[in-house]
Design a protein. Structure first.
Length: 379
């Protein structure tokens, strides 16, 4: 009976997801007798020691099988983050890495590696056609790369920051626009204090010029943009975590893209979350679309995965994980599982939840401690 119920719920959920996907031009019918879809989780991690290679490992969230260090040699640096765009994995090697490494999401073979320039410190990537838009901490805004070429260009966003480095941290493509968040930090003082509220610059990819500038309600856009999925409340909005490390204030800010983009305010405050969101992801379950956010505690030792129902705005009273786990990253899979990174000091790796219940009895090691705040995808 349990198997039948689980199958019906999964088919119902997947049916909602396919209906939400809209105009992909593919009609799919899922039979109740069909096996559940397969998924693959990919995780990357580095050890923050300059020059040391990181790891790329995979997890089958159904069989709980981990394949360690299966990525191309030197694809992952010591401080990486990960984006899954189209049928490719984009590894952003920050700090001393200074490159974007592109890997095929099926074969995991190297496709291309593009340098962003010495000391550029890339933070994220958005892709339009054969061009990569890379926000950086080390130069005046966004480095533009062209696939198959080594030359780079810079979109200068430094007008609002006197030190010439606007500390741009995330980028996201919506239509033909790239949305870029910048912290405008004071690089000449300890702890890089913000000069004021962060900015979001809207870049027209037809001209590579800024067509709109938004002022956030809070300082220090610290996380990466994520877009609310089609069919969920707030469909199409971009969400962006912010935090002041002076007092913990901030929120998950909303950005409304379109011809007249806007920054209407907060989805939920850090005070309500009990800390700042280090990442945002989404899951469709039996009650609808939910937002998932790993939230570090003020002691920087504990980290809880919080769950917000998008339809009601209600925050689940208790974290998803028990207090013995330190959850630094989370991603839902098409097959229905939730994969999380447990960064506990002496027992770390991936854990898998399904239907609110953990399927793993211990963290599954991946070869290094999974400390990247956006180092996990599932597809």
């Amino acid at each position: 009976m349990t198997t039948v119920i689980r199958t019906v719920l999964l088919v119902s959920t997947l049916g909602s997801m396919l209906a939400a996907c809209g105009d992909n031009g593919v009609s799919k019918i899922i039979s109740a007798d069909a096996p559940p879809p397969m998924s693959r989780a990919v995780v990357i991690a580095g050890d923050f020691i300059a020059g040391n290679p990181g790891v790329l490992s995979t997890l089958d969230p159904i069989s709980l099988t981990v394949m360690k260090n299966v990525g191309p040699a030197m694809a992952v640096g010591d401080d990486p983050i990960l984006r899954h765009i189209g049928n490719e994995l984009f590894i952003i090697n920050r700090a001393d890495g200074n490159n974007i490494t592109i890997v095929d999401d099926q074969s995991l073979a190297l496709v291309e590696q593009l340098g962003t320039g010495a000391s550029s410190n890339p933070q994220d990537v958005a892709v339009k056609g054969n061009k990569l838009y890379v926000p950086t901490f080390g130069n005046s805004g966004v480095t533009v790369l062209t696939r198959g070429q080594t030359a780079t260009a810079i979109i200068d966003l430094s007008a609002d920051d006197p030190d010439g480095k606007p500390n741009c941290g995330s980028a996201f493509l919506v239509g033909t626009d790239i949305y870029v968040s910048c912290g405008l930090l004071d690089d000449m003082m300890p702890f890089f204090p913000p000069r004021g509220p962060g900015k979001v610059y809207v870049i027209d990819t037809g001209t590579d010029k800024v067509r709109a500038t938004l002022t956030l309600h809070n300082v220090n856009p610290f996380g990466a943009f994520e877009q609310i999925p089609t069919g969920a409340p707030g469909t199409g909005e971009l969400l962006l975590p912010t935090v002041s490390f002076a007092d913990g204030s901030g929120c998950i800010e909303r950005i409304t893209p379109g011809p007249t983009p806007a920054a209407p305010g907060c989805l939920i405050t850090n005070a309500a979350l009990g800390g700042y969101a280090s990442r945002v992801s989404f899951q469709l379950d039996a009650i609808g679309w939910v937002l998932l956010a790993p939230v570090p505690s003020s002691d920087f030792v504990h980290e809880n995965l919080r769950r917000l129902t998008l339809a009601s705005g209600a925050l689940q009273a208790t974290p998803v994980n028990p207090s013995t786990q330190v959850i630094g990253d989370a991603e839902s899979c098409p097959s229905g599982q939730l994969v999380v990174s447990d960064t506990t000091m002496n027992a770390n790796g991936l854990r898998v939840y399904e239907g609110g219940v953990e399927r793993t009895s211990a963290p599954l090691p991946i070869g290094l401690k999974p400390t990247s705040t956006r180092g996990l995808v599932c597809y």
